[in-house]
Design a protein around this ligand. Structure first.
Ligand code: FE2
Length: 226
């Protein structure tokens, strides 16, 4: 009886399901103004409601296009559709990266009242000490990476599973993210929209200030779970 029902359900399931659940903005654990004076409430509000929302919308749209094109090429394989599928890749990479990076970023930040800026403890603290000597040194290495972003990009502190789980600092451009065995522990946004309203051209000040609101508890959790 059960097997017959499953089989009937499968026969009725359309191959292309357009009404998928969309990605959405993540819930924030704090108010927009909670990271002041290090990151202004105005920046956080615009960053979240406008910039991140744009990546959410763009990613959903690219996923819809991909699903439609995938369904289409399954029915009628041809080079025109394959070219269109490749055309969607750039939007998937850009908006999917923007969506993912900002989700990491918000979770990486916390006001002092929620432990923001408090140094990590446990195995992450030990790993930092072993590799960099101190948290301050790791922050300096990360700041140098951020300062090296020409235009827009990100720097990530990662746990590199291809290198025995050691820490590394990785810089990417645009909304490129880290994937595979590089597990992001801390993601820092070096796009102008992340600091310009408050810091203007003094981006090094933003890179120094952000450590006051870095949520090392979240980073330690990611390190331990990877
Ligand atoms: Fe951003």
């Amino acid at each position: 009886m059960f097997a017959r029902n499953v089989s009937a359900t499968l026969r009725q399931t359309p191959r292309f399901i357009s009404k998928r659940t969309k990605v959405t903005l993540p819930e924030l654990d704090w108010d927009f103004g909670a990271l002041e004076p290090h990151i202004s409430g105005q920046i956080n509000e615009l960053h979240y409601t406008k910039h991140h929302q744009t990546y959410v919308n763009g990613f959903n749209s690219a996923l819809d296009q991909l699903a439609e094109l995938t369904s289409s090429i399954e029915k009628d394989p041809n080079p025109k559709t394959s070219k269109q599928i490749l055309g969607v890749q750039q939007n998937l990479k850009f908006h999917g990266g923007g969506y993912t990076n900002h989700c990491l970023f918000w979770k990486n930040l916390a006001p002092a009242s929620q432990g923001g800026g408090e140094p990590p403890t446990g195995s992450l603290a030990e790993q930092i000490k072993q590799q960099y000597g101190s948290l301050d040194k790791l922050q300096k290495v990360t700041n140098a990476s951020l300062a090296g972003v020409q235009g827009s990009g990100w720097s990530f502190i990662v746990k590199d599973l291809d290198n025995g789980g050691k820490l590394d600092v990785v810089q990417t451009y645009n909304q490129d993210t880290v994937t595979g065995n590089k597990i992001p522990l801390v993601a820092i946004d070096a796009w102008e929209h992340a600091y310009y309203l408050q810091y203007q051209n003094r981006k090094a000040e933003y890179f120094n200030a952000i450590w006051n609101v870095i949520n090392w508890k979240e980073a330690a959790k990611r390190f331990e779970n990877a």
